[in-house]
Design a binder for this molecule. Sequence first.
Ligand code: ATP
Ligand code: MG
Length: 423
Amino acid sequence: MKQSQLFTKTRREAPKDEVAKNAQLLIRAGYIHKEMAGAYSYLPLGLRVLKNIEKIIREEMNAIGGQEIFMTTLQDPALWKKTDRWAEENDNAQTGLPWFKTALTGGGELGIANTHEEVITNILTKYVSSHRDLPIYAYQFQNKFRNELRAKSGIMRCREFLMKDLYSFNADEASFREFYEKCAEAYLNIFARAGIGEKTYRTFASGGAFSKFSDEFQTVCEAGEDTIYIHLEKRVAVNKEVYTPDVLNSLKLEAGELKEARAIEVGNIFPLATRYAKALRLTFKDESGKTHTPHMGSYGIGLGRLMGAIVEVLSDEKGIVWPREVAPFYVHIISISGGNADVEKEARRLYELLGEHNVDTLYDDRDVRAGEKFADADLIGIPTRLVVSEKTMQAGGVEVTLRGNGHTTLVPESEVVERLVRG
Ligand code: ATP
Ligand code: MG
């Protein structure tokens, strides 16, 4: 894409009311637009990142047998009443299911989704009757709504946000556990591919009513809202909310070996046992015709939360530093022509050549000062920068700089494509 055609522009200052580093940088670089507290629109660069994150998650969910669906935002209160969550969720201002009355509903109440256990379980009552129909792993990318009171963490805590939520249905607890562990592995793959693998720990957290623990995936960062205790060698952590001598004992962890850190929950997996299937009468028959209730789990990742965490963890004083798989583009071509038409022509030629090789490239063809181009490139944070100038042309090559470590090399013109396609 030519940068002259990108409708967003960078800005020097972040909005004054924005305190989170992720939102400050993403707004300054033109990735997102703040609509109101806890609600952001994604602009061309931001959407490219979000879609890349979505792609990683989709690949990993498909690899463990996930089937993608898309459920409604509008929720029928009748379903939520069957699981006793209509009132409970409305009363809970933190995680509450917002509801509204509109002409659309003929004056009645209608929910806006904050989660989809009820909906998916009800759908499956139409398709599950025998043990042969299980297991089922269904997931979606869908907007969720939460009554977040302290929406001060930029895109990491929103009132409206895109979530990947997967729901698992297994015939028994053993096969549920097996899938649960597979999904935990898939989550670690996702966070590794998103560039925050080393900083992300599988973390024991409160299991709620159905299990001793749930598992959070916590990424260590200053802006984190949780406190966790990490065992560096074992690569596990314990959330402060369950950090008691008893719990440590049961996990065979010693307090003295754990390191306290601030962290943000980028993902969460949760055993739900038979709570929703029972309430919504989802059952199946085994070989002998006996009726059973499936075991269920839910598995969430906030895409914006993950994108914000990447920015929090990987940015530096000049701007964002995207890992390759989530970056909006892989290559940023910067031409420093000083009015020299040959330089412009060479930059355009490289841009077209990379395009032919399917290398995602942003080409800064704008008529602005070199200093401005470099500052913008640092802020936007594309992993690989190619500089074409009179100087590089005389040297017979292109200057390649890595955003991550600033490492610069002059790559002979004949090797540029091979070098970038190879990665
Ligand atoms: P938290 O404790 O941070 O509020 P949660 O326990 O409410 O999270 P879940 O309901 O399990 O989170 O949601 C699954 C995932 O969705 C979380 O792990 C997180 O990545 C993301 N998420 C949750 N709430 C938000 C939010 N308000 N804004 C953005 N992402 C969110
Ligand atoms: Mg929450």
